[in-house]
Design a protein around this ligand. Structure first.
Ligand SMILES: [Zn+2]
Length: 326
């Protein structure tokens, strides 16, 4: 009988899912391999540099069109959460995170690492792990290069209908590059296929877990957005038009947590900085709304802490054990 080294046994036990069928894990299913696996490999006309230039151009367009929240206390906390998740991801590009004043609980990413989160997402995410779950999903779209992979596919489809002489004359790369740089409206990048959506869910939940958060935060933010879609259908329609909803998304994420994310004794759920940032944002929002409703009326100030009285908190981060998923 072969005696297995203790370290191997420990690793095999930690692998959890592996013990069930003894098959070696695929890298994509192993959160320990994050950063060391070929995520984002597809037939892609865009180099990473081109992708970043395209994203930058589109992000400038968004910044011109959208109303950004530039409060440093809010944007710095959002960036810290985002950069921490990026460090636990497969992404190979630098990221920036910006906050848009918009009540729809949504977030989106442009190619090359430009992420925008709506104030509505922060409002609906009462705990940091829920907010981080949505941000991790966006980081996954970038890591997997969904935008440029898809753009390449549609260019191949359109090139196929162009006479061969034109394609050969202009050069395939040249044609693709000109087409790409002609895209000024970022929404061209924001329609994902269901397959890309599931991949972003799958990878994003791993990043959330690898960053130390409770991975079930990804499920609770989903459930909240779904619940909102019943009371405010217009809001949610905008989210699902860019991130198509599939009835299986919650179930698949539950399965992923059970099968490939070995349980840890503790997870980060919430921090007082997140709570403070969120309260500040809710307060600003209430002030802005009362100001715009009637400019002659004396403006009402919402006292700190009263915006959401259920959110009692102290200075320590909230740590909890992951609950068993039903
Ligand atoms: Zn998505």
């Amino acid at each position: 009988m072969r005696i297995l080294p203790v370290a191997f046994l420990a690793a095999a036990m930690a692998a959890g899912a592996m013990a069930a069928d003894d098959k070696p894990k695929k890298k994509k299913d192993d959160p320990n391999q994050i950063g060391n696996r070929d995520i984002g490999k597809c037939l892609n006309f865009y180099s990473i540099e081109k992708e970043m230039a395209l994203g930058k151009q589109a992000a400038e367009e968004v910044s011109r069109q959208a109303r950004l929240n530039r409060d440093p206390l809010i944007t710095e906390k959002v960036s810290r959460i985002g950069q921490n998740l990026v460090r636990s991801s497969d992404a190979k590009v630098p990221f920036t995170f910006q906050v848009i004043e918009d009540d729809a609980p949504n977030a989106f990413a442009l190619p090359g690492g430009f992420v925008f989160v709506n104030t509505g997402l922060i409002k609906i995410a009462t705990e940091e792990d829920e907010f981080a779950g949505a941000v991790a999903h966006e980081i996954a779209h970038v890591a997997a290069r969904h935008m440029t992979c898809q753009q390449t596919k549609s260019q191949i489809a359109s090139i196929a209908s162009i006479p061969a002489s034109i394609v050969l004359g202009g050069g395939l790369g040249g044609y693709a590059a000109r087409q790409g740089m002609g895209v000024l409206i970022p929404t061209a990048f924001l329609k994902f296929s269901r397959q890309d959506e599931s991949e972003a869910d799958y990878l994003g939940t791993q990043y959330l877990y690898a960053a130390g958060y409770d991975p079930s935060g990804a499920i609770s933010i989903f459930e909240k957005i779904e619940a909102l879609s019943r009371t405010k259908p217009g809001f949610a329609a905008r989210i699902f038009s860019t991130h198509p909803m599939d009835s299986d998304r919650i179930r698949k994420t539950q399965q992923e947590i059970e099968q490939i994310l070995p349980a840890k004794s503790e997870y980060l759920v919430n921090t007082s900085e997140y709570q403070d940032m969120r309260e500040r944002l809710i307060e600003q929002d209430a002030r802005r709304k009362s100001d715009t409703q009637d400019p002659r009326r004396p403006s009402l100030r919402v006292a700190p802490g009263t915006a959401n009285p259920e959110d009692g908190h102290d200075e320590r981060p909230t740590i909890k054990r992951r609950e068993l998923v039903q």
